[in-house]
Ligand binder design. Structure first.
Ligand code: SF4
Ligand code: FES
Length: 243
C-alpha cells in the first residue's frame, strides 16, 4: 500500500512499522531505544511522528506503529520538533554525560537545565536494550534493579557477573555509550570482569573471549577445536563447499 512520509510517496507492507518504511526510503527519524536486531519496545519516545488518518492527527511512536491504512506521516513538523525537544530535555537531565544525547541537545537547541535535577555523571537512559540483548544471546548476566530514582542496570549484587561471557552485545546495542568496554593487551574488560581474548588460528586477529567461544560452541554444537573468526570460518566453509 502507499503512504506519504513528509510528502514523499512510499510503498509500505501491511503491518510494517512507520520507522522501517521511512528508513527504507532514506527518511531519517531519530531513535535511541531501537535496534534492528531486537523487537521494538518504545521506551525512549524519540521517534515520535505525526500521523494523519481519516482527517485526524495523532502522535505515535514510529518504531511501534504499524501501517494498516493509507496514512500521511509527518516526521519533523513544528509540533513533533517541539515535543521531541521536551523529550530530549528529559533525557538530557537523566543522562547528561552521553555524547549522543549532548549532540541531540545541540541539534534541538535544548537550553541548559534549570528546572529539573540533573543526574550528574549518568549516561544511561534505562531503555533496557542491553538487558534484552543479553537475554537474546541467552546469558542473562544483567538486569534492571531497584525502582524509581534508584533504578539502574546492573549485574546481580553489583558484582562482576559470574554468567557474563564478555560478548559485548550489551555495549554494542547501548545507544548512549553507557556500558564501558575496554580492550588492551589481549584482554577485554566489561562489567568489571576481565576476559582473555582469543586469536583466530588463521588470521591471528583477536576476535572473541574464550568464554564466548566456548558458549557458542556448545550452543551451536560446533566441533572444531581451532579458533576461527567469523571471516575465516566463512572462508573455510566456502572452500570446503568448492573442493
Ligand atoms: S546501559 Fe545503555 S542499553 Fe542499557 S539501559 Fe542504559 S542506555 Fe539502555
Ligand atoms: S526508538 Fe522508538 S521509542 Fe525509542
Amino acid at each position: 500500500m502507499k503512504i506519504k512520509i513528509d510528502g514523499l510517496e512510499c510503498e509500505a507492507n501491511y503491518g510494517e512499522y512507520i520507522l522501517e518504511v521511512a528508513k527504507r526510503n532514506g527518511i531519517h527519524i531519530p531513535t535511541l531505544c531501537h535496534t534492528d536486531a531486537l523487537p521494538g519496545q518504545g521506551s525512549c519516545r524519540l521517534c515520535i511522528v505525526e500521523v494523519i488518518e481519516g482527517g485526524k492527527n495523532k502522535v505515535v511512536v514510529s518504531c511501534l506503529y504499524p501501517v494498516t491504512n493509507e496514512i500521511e506521516v509527518l516526521t519533523n513538523s513544528d509540533k513533533i520538533r517541539r515535543m521531541r525537544k521536551n523529550i530530549i530535555r528529559l533525557l538530557a537531565a537523566r543522562a547528561p554525560e552521553s555524547e549522543h544525547i549532548r549532540k541531540l541537545k545541540e541539534e534541538y537547541k535544548v537550553p541548559e537545565e534549570k528546572r529539573f535535577n540533573v543526574d550528574k555523571g549518568e549516561k544511561c537512559i534505562l531503555c533496557g536494550l542491553c538487558v534484552r540483548a543479553c537475554e537474546a544471546v541467552g546469558v542473562y548476566a544483567i538486569s534492571s534493579v531497584n525502582r524509581g530514582i534508584t533504578k539502574k542496570i546492573s549485574p546481580p549484587f553489583e558484582e562482576p557477573p559470574e554468567d557474563c561471557i564478555g560478548c559485548g552485545a550489551c555495549a554494542q546495542v547501548c545507544p548512549t555509550g553507557a556500558i564501558a568496554l575496554k580492550e588492551f593487551e589481549g584482554k577485554r574488560v566489561i562489567w568489571d570482569k576481565t576476559f582473555e581474548l582469543v586469536k583466530c588460528s588463521v588470521c591471528g586477529n583477536y576476535f572473541t573471549t574464550r568464554e564466548q567461544y566456548e558458549f557458542l560452541k556448545q550452543k551451536y554444537g560446533l566441533e572444531a577445536e581451532e579458533f576461527l573468526c567469523d571471516k575465516c570460518r566463512k572462508k573455510s566453509t566456502a572452500q570446503k563447499l568448492v573442493f
